[in-house]
Structures are given as C-alpha cells and as structure tokens.
Design a protein around this ligand. Sequence first.
Ligand SMILES: [Zn+2]
Length: 339
Amino acid sequence: MIAKIKQLLEEVETLKVANAEELEALRIKYLSKKGAINDLMADFRNVAAEQKKEVGMRLNELKTKAQERITALKEQFESQDNGCSEMDLTRSAYPVKLGTRHPLSIVRNEIIDIFGRLGFSIAEGPEIEDDWHVFSALNFAEDHPARDMQDTFFIESHPDILLRTHTSSVQTRVMEVSEPPIRIICPGRVYRNEAISYRAHCFFHQVEALYVDKNVSFTDLKQVLLLFAKEMFGADTKIRLRPSYFPFTEPSAEMDISCNICGGKGCPFCKHTGWVEILGCGMVDPNVLESNGIDSKVYSGYALGMGIERITNLKYQVKDLRMFSENDTRFLKEFEAAN
Ligand SMILES: [Zn+2]
C-alpha cells in the first residue's frame, strides 16, 4: 500500500492540464468519492495495526498534496484563461458596461436596513389583491368615503380583485396569521389609477412598518420616527407631527422633517416653510386589530408608511417621477457613487 501511495504522490506532483475539462477529469480521478485516494482510504482498515500510523500519515499527505496541486492548477489555469479559450467572435469589442443599482432600490435598502436594526423583519405579499385585504380588513367600510381617496385599478370581470393601492394589505396578511408581537416592514410596488405626470404615476413604491404588542404607545412610534429621520437624513434632522386622518389608524398623523436642502431656513423646495412632508403614521385602529383576529383589549400597535419615490426625491432631488421608470442609463448612472 505504501508503494501505491508513493506512486500516486509522484503522479500528483507532476500533473498537467490543458483545459477545464482535463482539470475536472483529474479532480474526479483523484479526489472524488470514487477516486483513487478514496479507494485507498477504504482499504485503510485492512492495513496491519503496526503499519496503521505510517500509512495513515502518508495517506493524509497524499490527500493534502493532491488537493493543493489541483487548486494550484485551477488558479494557474484561470489566470491564464481570461475567457479567451472560448472566444466569442460575436461579442462587442468595446468593454461591457456594468449596470448600477436603481436609485429606488438604493433608498429602499437603506430604509429596510434602518428598520432591520430596530428589529423589524421584511414581509411581502401579492400585488394582485382582493378587496378584503386592501380595504375591508383595514376599516374601510363599504360606503366609506375614504375608498374614493384612492383611484383603484379593479379587474373588470371580478370587481373583488384589484391591484393593491398600498402595501397595508401585507399588514393584514401578516396579522391574520400571526400572534403578537408582530414587528414587520413591508416594501413593495403599489398601483393607482392616476394620469402620469412629473408628480404622479400609475405605479410607485411604498414601505410600511407595523408593530403590534402589549402596551405599544404613541411615544414608541414617535421615538422610532425620530430615529428613522436622523438615520436617513442626518443627525440634525428635526421632525414634527401634524394630526391627519387614515381609515386604519386612530389617532393618525403626518410627519414632516426639517428641510434637508435649506436646513429649515426656507427654500423653494420646502415652499419656504422649512418643513417637508415624508410619511403618514398612527396607532392601529382597534377595528383593524379585531378584523384580523387580534384582541384589541390586550394588544395595541402603530403603523407608518412612506413612498420610496418621495424619500428618494428628498435625498437626491429628482424633480420628475417619470425618470424612475424610464430606464434612461444617463439618469441611472448618476447614482453610481451611491451603490
Ligand atoms: Zn428648504
């Protein structure tokens, strides 16, 4: 057996390959499950006890050497190769341009990252939804005027099926199958039947966050909002909350941040107010908790939601919403540095 090991060791040390197939053949010959070295390993139990130590050592040496040699050949081979061995004559002679991450993805990832650090995990749901998850379970009554607040794309033959108008539908989908504590963030695309212009589009992106547990209060919400604003727009950012109305939260508020362009002094961007609106939020309406099978006497929660386009506008001053979906590489390349 020792002679066999010596022979293999010599073979291994002088291995040569011309291409990837040969290299793979050698790997199979020596190192695979049915390879020469494994065969020897299998024979090892037949070795006489007094020889076991020496044979074992040599076997290990052989295995290490074989692995090293094949890795070295692979590296040498790859560095020589540069993709030239399979030359593609149809390929452009000019360097292939690398894409960059879309600005909306950059900002979405940043938002997810901030909330991730606060313990929120991502939840996703379908874009084609039913009335229950988008409206009814979120406290929009049948004849609730709030349903007119959003122009919805309904499927003509199935009036119950629609394209979701907000990612709050994911919150209902999570609540109906989970027990609190629930701490989720839902990023996604939403659709509204709006004429496309520089400031409106028929689809855009949202991120919503939901936290349901015992003793969740508005103070908790405010603290998370302040932390988010500082992380996203800088440590000097101030926030203010204005009372608002949403069917699924009570009380509800809209949050402004101090204008990150003029620092709050007033500029055309903030219409000289020093503040810009960034999101809506509030305490989850007890009716919403009950509709989704959560006892509102035991649990409370807060929810907040924002448009990713809006946040991206504030960070990068993109003046025309349409730019986000036109795939103009001149526009997309401007975000290379942020990738
Ligand atoms: Zn300003």
